[in-house]
Design a protein. Structure first.
Length: 100
């Protein structure tokens, strides 16, 4: 039972971490949009478009890295949930076998 409780606790921690990463991701996206808008308003012409494009690429890369981290955390959470569920089933079977 201790292992199951620990697995549930880790799952809850991972879920909170995932939610935090999702909040950070949304905030990063808002900041990216705001930054691109400000730069676009401040600079005009072909030169500014080139710089704006480079900044957009940098921000897009940062966004992809954050999204990858989010997916990895979600995958870990799913795997841990699956393992915890299997552990609970195994414990139920063991208890059932012990009572027979």
């Amino acid at each position: 039972m201790k292992q199951q409780e620990e697995a549930v606790r880790r799952r809850i921690e991972k879920q909170r971490e995932l939610e935090e990463v999702e909040r950070e991701f949304r905030q990063l996206k808002r900041q990216q949009d705001d930054l691109l808008s400000r730069i676009g308003n401040a600079w005009r012409g072909n030169h500014s478009e080139n710089r704006l494009g480079a900044i957009a690429l940098d921000l897009a890369q940062e966004q992809r890295m954050t999204q990858k981290k989010l997916y990895n955390l979600d995958d870990q959470l799913q795997a841990e949930h699956k393992q915890a569920k299997a552990d609970v089933e195994q414990a139920k079977e063991a208890k059932s076998d012990a009572t027979h």
